[in-house]
Design a protein around this ligand. Structure first.
Ligand SMILES: [Zn+2]
Length: 128
């Protein structure tokens, strides 16, 4: 039985968007809701007709809040996707059961499969 997911409040999503640059720094981030450093993200490339798109899921592993966003794929950005082999139907089933989906994402994070490795982010190889 996995913990039930809730949504971040709009103000919390704004705080994250303003402060966090996940493509440049994949470490866990301070959660605007609970204050724990447990905010994680998973990105999925979705090739819509004529428009490469990236779907991002951001969640807090501590208080189980989450948010999703869809945006254009930044030019040149590439990354690995541990769920690349899922069929559209399997992915749909996962997304319909967000408790299970985020539990599986947390398991992959614990194993070091996540965070994904990104290149072409414009951030070079600098590390903080
Ligand atoms: Zn939290």
């Amino acid at each position: 039985m996995s913990a039930e997911m809730k949504n971040f409040e709009p103000a919390e999503v704004q705080t994250l968007a303003a402060e966090r640059r996940f493509l440049l720094d994949q470490s866990e981030w301070r959660c605007p809701a609970c204050g724990e450093v447990a905010v994680r993200s998973y990105l999925h490339r979705a090739d819509r007709p004529n428009r490469p798109t990236v779907i991002s899921y951001t969640w807090c592993a501590h208080c189980r809040r989450a948010t999703g966003a869809t945006s254009p794929l930044p030019p040149g950005l590439t990354f690995d996707d541990p769920w690349a082999d899922l069929s559209p139907r399997q992915r749909e089933e996962l997304e319909e059961d967000s408790d299970r989906m985020f539990a599986e994402l947390d398991a992959m994070w614990a194993k070091g499969v996540l965070p994904q490795r990104f290149s072409g982010t414009g951030g070079g190889t600098r590390r903080r």
